[in-house]
Write a protein that binds this ligand. Structure first.
Ligand SMILES: [Fe+2]
Ligand SMILES: [Fe+2]
Length: 416
């Protein structure tokens, strides 16, 4: 258990981290759900499987009131943590808005279906899985990295399905998630400096009892989890390889939660240059107008509301999405999207195929994975430390390659 001076030191740390975090977020990371994503390019012929996966992640993000309110009460006396938490909640709130916007703008779900699903979700309550603030930090750290990979792997799917709207949205969201992970990871590392044994004990306990938020609340979660695993977006294999092992490595711990001794030191400055180049890469945001369209609910009552629509005359009974209106969709396009979503619902209720269990196998990290992680790292409070860690990894893998080559030559099987 942390003593009083540790608590005071951690409080100072949280406050300093909060200020750094906010400055970076305001100056470099803010994005606009209305203007920065090409919603009109959402692909209506993308697969239902992808829509299901998107809806599942959206559902997890929907427990935001519980994530924020319940934890806020636990940490309300910490200025740094409480203020960080509120800002984190704001960033998370945009994630579910963006995923909702895609489900609607691609015609996979209608406004009516969105509302019904929302009611179903919010009727359930998420409870804090751990009752100690430090355990909750460990939990959130793990869950943030898992979420980064959830979105990154879903983005691969969106690229395959030729959907620029979902791809852009997921790219922005996954950078947020990476920055969130780095923040919480930083906090855990700081706690380890003051109370290593206690923090590692908490971490171990959290790993032993970890499950993603929403698994007990979201209707049909088992089937949803099966689809996520089947598509290779997220399953037990991804959890171990992309989340659990990297978290332990980042904290300098072995798989048995022992501290790794004598980590290799960074010596080769040249390798840092390569990482410096990556650091300069930034996500390019599309540049839309900040002024709401005439039909936007931001300008008052919707012109399509209560049968006053000047769209296709069916406005009297249609339930239009305020979100799509704010994004400039016309009544007729919204009508068609609504119809497509209703048809899809009929198809879904008629036939649910369930072929194949398990994951399609672990993809190796590709260049875009590295780029997105690097962007997230460079927008995090501890960018320098993360840069050094990346350089260490590059150095380690080059050493391993050289060793392999030498062994091949000795065996006479490699290139001369
Ligand atoms: Fe999120
Ligand atoms: Fe997050």
């Amino acid at each position: 258990m942390a003593n009083k001076s540790t608590q005071a030191a951690m409080e100072d740390f949280f406050y300093r981290e909060l200020i750094k975090y906010l400055k970076l977020a305001e100056e470099k990371r803010r994005w606009n759900v209305f203007n920065d994503i090409p919603w009109h390019e959402a692909n209506p012929s993308s697969s239902e499987e992808m829509a299901q996966c998107t809806e599942t992640f959206c559902a997890v993000e929907m427990y935001l009131p519980d994530f924020t309110a319940k934890l806020l009460l636990m940490i309300r006396r910490s200025r740094g943590r409480a203020w960080f938490h509120v800002n984190w909640g704001y960033e998370e709130s945009k994630h579910s808005m963006a995923l909702d916007a895609w489900l609607l703008s691609s015609g996979h779900r209608s406004e009516k279906q969105r509302k019904e699903f929302e009611q179903l979700l919010l009727g359930q309550e998420w409870e804090l899985p751990f009752d100690h603030p430090r355990q909750m930090v460990c939990y959130t750290m793990i869950q943030e990295l898992a979420t980064f990979w959830n979105y990154r792997n879903l983005e691969r799917f969106a690229i395959d399905q030729k959907d620029p709207a979902l791809t852009t949205a997921l790219r922005l969201i996954s950078v947020d998630e990476r920055v969130h992970y780095n923040f919480f990871r930083n906090v855990v590392k700081e706690w380890m400096k003051h109370d290593e044994a206690g923090t590692v004990e908490d971490l171990k306990y959290v790993f032993e009892h970890f499950s993603m938020p929403g698994d007990a609340q979201i209707p049909g979660y088992k089937e949803r989890a099966r689809i996520l695993a089947k598509t290779g977006i997220y399953g037990p294999r991804e959890y171990v390889k992309l989340v659990k092992n990297p978290v332990l490595e980042d904290l300098g711990l072995s798989k048995d939660f022992e501290k790794l001794e004598n980590r290799e030191r960074l010596e080769d400055i040249e390798r840092i240059d390569r990482v410096e180049q990556l650091k300069r890469e930034k996500i390019v945001l599309t540049n839309g107008s900040a002024i709401p369209h005439d039909s936007s609910p931001l300008n008052g009552l919707s012109r399509y509301a209560n049968g006053n629509g000047n769209g296709n005359g069916s406005g009297a009974h249609r339930e239009y999405s305020p979100l799509l209106e704010a994004m400039g969709f016309s009544a007729s396009v919204m009508d068609s999207l609504d119809e497509i979503a209703t048809l899809r619902e009929q198809v879904r209720s008629q036939a649910i195929d369930s072929n194949g269990e398990g994951s399609r196998g672990m993809p190796k990290l590709d260049e875009l994975d590295h780029r997105l992680m690097t962007i997230g790292d460079e927008l995090s409070n501890n960018a320098e430390e993360l840069r050094a860690l990346r350089a260490q990894r590059v150095q380690r893998s080059e050493q391993q390659d050289r060793k392999r080559l030498k062994n091949d030559r000795l065996r006479g099987s490699g290139p001369e």
